[in-house]
Ligand binder design. Structure first.
Ligand SMILES: [Fe+2]
Length: 230
């Protein structure tokens, strides 16, 4: 997680732009589901002039995340695959899901005061490795102290992050997550999601594809209706 300090004017322009992109749609379309740009044709914010600079800053932190994991960035290319806004109104949620199309995902909050009232982001660990006794994490008067702080309950079945304006959260795209209810009647919840993919560098630049997929510029799209067409 990285806490950025957004410029108030930039922030206002970004919020206004999202409302314009959203148009009259307010859900997905189930009224209980937040509006997400990826399902509404708004998934290339990185090409939008109001967001390009911000997205560039965010992807810089993604590169730092990879660096922290030990990736040699001369041996890979990091791509933005898609980038979309999410707006959650009172009572709306985003159901539990993951991003199997990507490797690294991120969310950036345009508003939020850190209280979580507009809906926390909830991560579900893929394995309860600290659940030494099966079923322990369910609770119900078990041996885990009820007053143990959430951050020290390493066997907790989930981990919640409260939105705060300027907060960037990077996470493996394979990790299940959800957005909890927005409980604020007068506060829409605004965020921007990113999906990032790692490939080898282009073959022309000496990229080799031992573990990573080849660079998309080295792919050949097939025309299934006319296989001989190039
Ligand atoms: Fe997601």
């Amino acid at each position: 997680m990285v806490q950025l300090r957004p410029d108030p004017l930039d922030l206002a322009l970004q919020l206004q732009a999202i409302r314009e992109l959203q148009g009259f749609a307010v859900s997905n379309p189930d009224p209980g589901c937040a509006w997400t740009g990826d399902l509404n044709g708004v998934w290339q914010l990185h090409r939008h002039p109001t967001f390009a600079s911000l997205i560039s800053t965010l992807t810089g932190h993604a590169a730092a995340y990879l660096d922290g994991l030990g990736f040699d960035q001369t041996q890979l290319t990091l791509h933005i695959q898609r980038c979309w806004p999410v707006v959650s109104e009172l009572g709306q949620v985003v159901g539990r899901h993951r991003h199997p199309n990507a490797h690294l995902s991120a969310v950036y909050y345009l508003n939020g005061d850190g209280s979580g009232r507009t809906g926390c982001l909830r991560f579900f660990p893929p394995h309860q490795v600290n659940e030494l006794v099966p079923g322990l994490a369910v609770g119900h008067g078990g041996p885990i102290r009820a007053d143990a702080p959430a951050t020290t309950r390493w066997n907790a079945p989930w981990f919640d992050v409260a939105p705060r304006a300027g907060l960037l959260v990077l996470f493996p795209a394979s990790v299940d997550h959800a957005v909890l209810d927005n409980d604020e009647p007068n506060d829409s919840r605004f965020s921007i999601s990113l999906d990032l993919v790692l490939t080898a560098p282009p073959a022309a630049a000496g990229g080799t594809a031992e573990y990573l997929a080849p660079h998309p510029s080295d792919w050949l799209a097939l025309h299934v209706d006319d296989p001989l067409r190039e």
